[in-house]
Design a protein around this ligand. Structure first.
Ligand SMILES: Cc1cc2nc3c(=O)[nH]c(=O)nc-3n(C[C@H](O)[C@H](O)[C@H](O)COP(=O)(O)OP(=O)(O)OC[C@H]3O[C@@H](n4cnc5c(N)ncnc54)[C@H](O)[C@@H]3O)c2cc1C
Length: 266
């Protein structure tokens, strides 16, 4: 499947919003979820195939060095009327494949993808919600907040680089939204876990969405399950990326990492 860039513009110094339209979006089915994701495919320089390609076909017919780089991204929003899809990309320096692509994206550029998939929708029967993550999880957290009724009880903790990296969020009336700012030091990995440990939770059944950098997410998961008694079935937890690792390197160890994370508190 493919779509074309309609607009690409910075939302913050490190977040680029890309609106996509046309191509296969005209007949795409979106799941009912707030963390819907797609698998993007970026061909390497000099790949011997067209810009619009079928990743499944390329997997079968081309050698390893011509395979596209794969990256998973959240569908921040989907407009069924215009059939346009919005994706927010973290641009983390001039490194990486996807972030760099987004920082240079121009109207008309092609983006090839597979999917969509999904796994989470806030449960309207939960008494309260906790949403925790960094900029990579911000699209899913923003979509979850928008989906909630105005009276929903929700606590949000988001980590980013500073005040100019915060974005306005449409949220339930009494939402408790806290932004945490990195210092650039080694303690940054503890910002989210420490902020969650400081929280007083409402009474009743809570449901948590904890997605973002692997080591941060793992600490938060362990705390919520072992110290706060949150039910495993009430937690959506996904280590999206890992500090110092490209997505290729991360995917190689992700299965073992997730198994170890699950073994922390099963
Ligand atoms: C289900 C799912 C949904 C996701 N949704 C989004 C989304 O909507 N928006 C989004 O931006 N990301 C999202 N991510 C995370 C994204 O796929 C990874 O961050 C990915 O590694 C980025 O690819 P890249 O090519 O830009 O960088 P890579 O080539 O993978 O990495 C290059 C370097 O940048 C570092 N790096 C990677 N990501 C970040 C980051 N977020 N912040 C700082 N440094 C980083 C790496 O550790 C590495 O050192 C999602 C991941 C999953 C699994």
């Amino acid at each position: 499947m493919h779509a074309r860039v309609v607009t690409a513009a910075p939302l913050t110094p490190t977040l680029v919003r890309v609106v996509l339209g046309g191509g296969d979006l005209d007949h795409l089915e979106m799941p009912e979820a707030t963390d819907t994701y797609i698998n993007l495919a970026f061909p390497p320089e000099g790949a011997g195939y067209d810009g619009v390609f079928d990743p499944g076909e390329v997997r079968k017919t081309h050698p390893r060095e011509q395979q596209p780089a794969r990256r998973r991204y959240t569908v921040r929003s989907w407009d069924p009327a215009s059939r346009q899809m919005t994706v927010d990309f973290v641009v983390h320096g001039d490194v990486g494949v996807a972030g760099r692509w987004a920082s240079h994206a121009q109207p008309g550029d092609v983006l090839v993808f597979e999917g969509p998939g999904s796994g989470y929708l806030p449960d309207p029967a939960a008494d309260w919600h906790l949403l925790v993550g960094d900029e990579s999880a911000l699209p899913a957290i923003a979509a979850a907040l928008e989906s909630m009724p105005s009276e929903a009880r929700v606590i949000v903790r988001l980590v980013c680089d500073g005040p100019d990296h915060e974005i306005p969020l449409t949220a339930p009336d009494e939402a408790d939204i806290g932004w945490l700012h990195r210092s650039g030091g080694p303690d940054d990995v503890d910002l989210l876990p420490d902020a969650v440990a400081d929280l007083r939770f409402p009474v009743g059944r809570g449901q948590a969405f904890v997605h973002g950098e692997a080591d941060e997410i793992r600490q938060v998961r362990r705390h919520l399950l072992s110290d706060r008694g949150l039910a495993r079935s009430d937690m959506s937890c996904s280590p999206y990326w890992r500090r110092t690792m490209t997505d290729e390197a991360w995917r190689q160890i992700k299965r073992d990492y997730v198994a170890a994370m699950e073994a922390d508190v099963s």
